[in-house]
Write a protein that binds this ligand. Structure first.
Ligand code: AMP
Ligand code: FES
Ligand code: ZN
Length: 315
């Protein structure tokens, strides 16, 4: 196959777009795609300071790389979740990426926060599945880091496969409130929140993997060992089968939802303006925010367990 742009030998074939690209033209295509999404959805401008949440995986590192290439002002944010060797390797990968390109990076380690908030410990103390604990803490620390560093925008590496799988899950259960918030740009509902954006929302996992490979980006290939994945991976697998039978299905699913249906759910997101958490000062709908409620639960349950253990030892 020949490159759709320059007729050289193509290195990648994108069935969904019925196009092929040689390496330089593919890199140009990817960069232009991100630039257009950023402009079309008014995600941010060259004046904004963007906090890019980087996990060490291909999507978020490809995102950081492309934003730097486009001349945006960025800082990386890595959260050390405390998930054993997986977190250690992810951190090393992100640190090497930032060091080699002399990019600013903020690292926060959950085990060192509050009473010790490594994901496996929080999950065990509260008997939550790790991913539920992890999701709540990521949300909080993304918001807190963006606020503390006075950033204008928080960008994540969610790609088309992530968005399509999430949409499928939300539609299968008609989760109106989740559908109301499934957008590539979320405007802040409080001055202490920043805008949240997903510039890769229409680029597939395959496309970001090819970009990362062609740019020589070293990334962590292994996925988080926790089971979150389980349902999400089943949805991704189902969507991949549909995509194989009918290329372009994932794009159409997400794009047409956003174009034709998303606004029908938008009212469900109108929870009003949040107040501020009495404990940490971040936005909250109740007296304390859901993160502080989680921390209290961890502390209470740990104390109860320690007391029971002491009693047992004394008996
Ligand atoms: P995931 O929820 O693991 O699919 O990740 C979605 C996006 O969240 C990634 O593309 C990153 O932008 C961000 N992210 C996930 N894990 C981390 C982490 N440990 N530190 C910083 N950002 C992360
Ligand atoms: Fe959060 Fe796996 S990344 S539990
Ligand atoms: Zn709080």
């Amino acid at each position: 196959m020949k490159c759709t742009r320059c007729k050289a030998k193509a290195e990648v074939h994108l069935r969904a777009h019925n196009a092929g690209f040689c390496r330089p033209c593919y890199l140009g295509y990817f960069q232009r795609h991100v630039e257009r999404a950023v402009d079309r959805e008014k995600m941010f401008s060259k004046d904004d300071h963007i906090l890019v949440a980087v996990s060490g995986g291909k999507d978020s590192l490809a995102l950081w790389d492309v934003l730097v290439g486009l001349g945006y002002r960025t800082t990386g944010l890595y959260l050390g979740l405390g998930i054993g060797g997986y977190s250690d390797r992810s951190r090393e990968t992100v640190e090497a990426f930032a060091r080699n390109r002399e990019l600013p990076l903020v690292v926060r380690t959950l085990a060192d926060e509050g009473p010790g908030l490594a994901v496996p410990d929080v999950a065990a103390s509260t008997r939550r599945v790790p991913c539920a604990a992890c999701g709540a803490m990521k949300r909080h620390f993304f918001d807190a880091a963006a606020h503390e560093g006075s950033f204008d925008v928080l960008a994540t590496g969610h790609n088309l496969d992530d968005e399509a799988a999430r949409l499928l899950g939300n539609v299968l259960r008609w989760q109106r409130d989740h559908l109301a918030r499934q957008r590539p740009v979320l405007q802040p509902s409080h001055p202490k929140f920043v805008r949240k954006v997903k510039p890769l929302y229409l680029l597939s996992e395959y496309e970001t993997a090819v970009y990362a490979f062609m740019r020589g980006i070293e990334y962590v290939v292994e996925e988080c060992p926790n089971a979150e994945g389980a349902t999400q991976l089943v949805y991704k697998d189902a969507l991949n089968r549909l995509e194989a039978a009918s290329p372009g299905t994932k794009q159409a699913f997400v794009k047409e939802f956003l174009r034709n249906a998303q606004s029908l759910f938008a009212d469900d997101a109108a929870r009003g303006v949040p107040g501020e958490c009495q404990q940490c000062g971040m936005p909250a709908y109740g007296a304390i925010c859901s993160f502080c409620a989680l921390v209290r639960e961890v502390e209470t349950k740990r104390a109860r367990r320690a007391a029971a253990a002491a009693e047992h030892a004394g008996a």
